[in-house]
Write a protein of this length. Structure first.
Length: 395
């Protein structure tokens, strides 16, 4: 069966990456951008990246060339006339995205699926501009799209029944790991991961430990790949602070998602992190990285607190049916490479222990930020776990 033709709007970091994924999966791709230079950069970049894969022996050279030939840059939306799917990856501005979808709908066939790669806007708000919002859905890739396996599939309230599952199957056929989640702020990853930054910042602000020590605790004792401060510096405070602020605002200022003034100041100063040469750490030539205080008792206290907050967020996302238990675990292990799924980790630690940590924080601070999710409390109180206990072997 012929693969559907895919149109991609926006050929920046995400659009180019998505075009590569889709072309590699065998779909003819039309790549559109208003900016001719961006379009040129994207096509050159896609060719270089596919040829590099071939050089490394990760892709037969003929397949790389075939994928390159499948990507056709275009300067007019008219190119999308035969598309079965259009994915938008342009600037993160609601009015601009809505206008683009209005124009796209005038060109594409009635059955063409329309998707947005938005990170922070609600899919319902973008879909509301469409004539046929029932064919609209979110397909949220992670950066860089060719490397990151996780893809969040987000049906809007207007999306027709069945489209989420069809989209999941399609994305899976591209060799990706799709998860389905509700149209809620941050979807799965950008919601559940917030305390990794937020609670680490809180510990820093309170002077419990410095950035290097907190990073040490989470990597050495917790098994996370990067400590929160090194990771924020890597992501860039312009991006990471803005996401935190957007999620906080979208959740009606729930204190669980409250941004940190310390991070805001770095953002305001232009100390964006690695790319600016300065963030929490100094990346300028000759700078010496600070040494952590390798105190196991302090380290465990830091890990326990950040982990309890992360688990609480995952539990609450399950409680509010943002995603299934398995999709939540998949998202955090494959999307942000957590060493374990947070719910399985909670089972391992014992739910009463996690609940005690949260309740002690709540008692100490009297802040709503530390309220335990009702689901966590219910399971812990009933002596239950998130996952069924493994069957005993009778060998
Ligand atoms: N960068 C990330 O880490 C990341 C991850 C997931 C999702 N996203 C989302 O993906 C989208 C794109 O992000 P990006 O980082 O690739 O941005 P980018 O700035 O790298 O690229 C955006 C591209 O869209 C083009 N563009 C802008 N308005 C347009 C229009 N009206 N019509 C056609 N082209 C237009 C620009 O010329 C530019 O080339 C955003 O919605 C963003 O929130 C970004």
């Amino acid at each position: 069966m012929d693969k559907i033709t895919v149109g991609i709007i926006g050929s920046g970091a995400m659009g180019a990456g998505i075009a590569q994924v889709v072309a590699q999966a065998g779909h003819p791709v039309f790549l559109f951008d208003l900016n001719a230079a961006a379009l040129q950069r994207a096509t050159t970049g896609i060719s270089a990246s596919l040829r590099k894969l071939a050089e490394k022996g990760k892709l037969p050279a003929a397949e790389a060339e075939a994928a390159i030939a499948r990507v056709r840059p275009c300067a007019e939306l008219q190119c999308f006339a035969a598309c079965g799917l259009v994915i938008e990856a342009i600037v993160e501005e609601l009015a601009v995205k809505q206008a683009v979808f209005r124009d796209v709908e005038a060109v594409v066939p009635a059955e063409c699926v329309l998707a947005s790669n938005t990170s922070s806007l609600s899919l319902a708000s973008i879909a509301s501009a469409c004539q046929r919002p029932e064919r609209f859905i979110g397909i949220h890739f992670f950066n860089p799209a060719p490397l990151m396996q996780l893809v969040e599939v987000i049906p809007a309230v207007q999306t027709r029944a069945g489209l989420a599952e069809e989209t999941r199957a399609l994305v899976q056929s591209w060799g990706k790991l799709p998860v389905i989640c509700q149209d809620t702020p941050g979807f799965i990853v950008n919601r559940v991961a917030r305390p990794y930054y937020g609670e680490a910042l809180r510990l820093l602000d309170e002077g419990v430990a410095d950035a290097a020590t907190i990073d040490w605790a989470l990597t050495e004792l917790g098994g996370f790949r990067m400590g929160p401060f090194a990771l924020m510096d890597f992501i860039g405070h312009d991006v990471n602070y803005r996401v935190t602020e957007a999620v906080f605002t979208a959740f009606y200022f729930d204190p669980r998602f409250k941004p940190s003034l310390t991070q805001k100041r770095l953002f305001e100063a232009g100390y964006y992190g690695r790319k600016a040469g300065r963030g929490f750490y100094d990346y300028r030539e000759g700078a010496t990285p600070p040494e952590p205080t390798r105190d196991p008792a302090l380290g465990h206290r830091i890990l326990q607190r950040v982990l309890a907050m992360l688990i609480n967020e995952a539990a609450d996302a399950l409680h509010l049916r943002v995603a299934s238990r398995d999709d939540l675990e998949l998202a955090m292990t494959r999307g942000v490479n957590y060493p374990k799924g947070l719910l399985a980790w909670a089972d391992e630690l014992g739910l009463p222990a996690v609940l005690n940590t949260l309740d002690a924080l709540y008692e100490e601070y009297r802040e709503d930020r530390y309220r335990a999710s009702p689901l966590l409390r219910r399971l812990a109180t009933a002596g239950q776990t998130f996952f069924p206990a493994p069957a005993l072997s009778h060998s």
